[in-house]
Design a protein around this ligand. Structure first.
Ligand SMILES: [Zn+2]
Ligand SMILES: [Zn+2]
Length: 319
């Protein structure tokens, strides 16, 4: 039993970080750079937890940020929980407004990702992913026995739930809290952050999608950021984007809903602003004008580096 638990945790960490650091922060947002072999190692961890084609994953995720919580968002719970959880996966190919050859040009050049993409035919790409995932477990079974194979399979299935659950839970305002009064439903949810290696700080992430770091207070632990900063420390990551500043430390456990005005400029007197932010559901708040650094106004995958001053060691990337 002890062997199973240890193996399960090790596989969970690899598949989890493969998804959060590899698929999400590296491929989808280009929030940092690293050598190609590390990119493949991370992406392999995500692929072996049934995450599917990296091009597909990143393209759909970029569309989610571009159209967040509007009818064009591929999986906003505003338009139905079933669709937000699994329904959106059932399509055969991309909807008209999502096109990887336009929105993921940086990824379609890679021959490995191109092969896994299967020309944008979702059912073929999913079938390939499931086939390779099952095959690798058969290899593990034959080489290392059923304990290792079962631990690997169950860890992968558990990690698969991370983005599916996050897409729903972190876009239902009453389930979490906001650090930023942005105009979508994204919220921070501590238990999702714990299971999802830091990805549950989703309101922070929607505020700064190009940042490699999403936990912004001392207690908002971000395991994915811990790995990226460790990689930077050992010269395994080059450029690393981070948001301009951390939020002030909290005094205690987070309130259910709270807004900070750090880095946000609202063109209303403070009294109106307070009424607006604290007494209306967030998705009904009047439009606020959010001041963002110039680099964060560009498409996410080509955002200009906002360099982390404390981590400005020489770039060691050989991409
Ligand atoms: Zn989101
Ligand atoms: Zn994202």
């Amino acid at each position: 039993m002890a062997e199973f638990i240890i193996l399960f945790l090790l596989f969970y960490i690899w598949h989890g970080l493969g998804t959060t650091v590899g698929y999400h922060r590296l491929l989808s947002h280009r929030s940092f750079e690293c050598p190609k072999w590390i990119e493949y190692l991370l992406v392999l961890g995500g692929y072996l937890s049934f995450e599917g084609s990296p091009i597909w994953w990143a393209t759909v995720h970029r569309a989610h940020h571009r159209h967040v919580d509007t009818p064009l968002d591929p999986h906003s719970p505003r338009y139905g929980l079933k669709n937000a959880h699994l329904g959106w996966l059932m399509h055969e190919t991309y909807p008209e407004h999502i096109n990887p050859s336009v929105q993921a040009k940086d990824l379609i050049k890679d021959p490995v990702y191109q092969f896994l993409e299967q020309n944008g035919k979702w059912h073929r790409a999913h079938a390939l992913s499931y086939g390779l995932n099952i095959s690798i477990r058969i290899v593990i079974l034959l080489c290392f026995g059923w304990v290792a194979a079962l631990a690997s399979l169950l860890a992968a299935i558990a990690v698969l739930q991370i983005p599916l659950m996050l897409n729903v839970v972190c876009h239902i305002p009453k389930l979490g809290y906001k650090n930023f009064a942005n105009n979508d439903d994204s919220v921070n949810v501590w238990w999702v952050a714990l299971l999802a290696m830091g990805e549950g700080w989703h309101n922070n992430h929607h505020m700064y999608p190009g940042s490699a770091k999403t936990g912004l207070t001392k207690w908002e632990f971000d395991a994915s950021w811990a790995l990226i900063s460790l990689m930077k420390k050992f010269g395994l990551a080059g450029r690393v984007n981070v948001c301009p500043q951390d939020l002030p430390e909290r005094q205690a456990a987070p309130p259910k809903r709270r807004t900070f005005n750090l880095d946000i400029k609202i063109d209303q007197p403070l009294s109106i602003q307070k009424r607006m932010n604290f007494h209306r559901p967030l998705h009904m708040q009047r439009a606020v004008r959010i001041h963002r650094p110039l680099s964060l106004q560009r498409p996410m995958h080509i955002q200009r580096a906002v360099k982390l001053q404390s981590l400005n060691a020489p770039v060691n990337s050989k991409r």
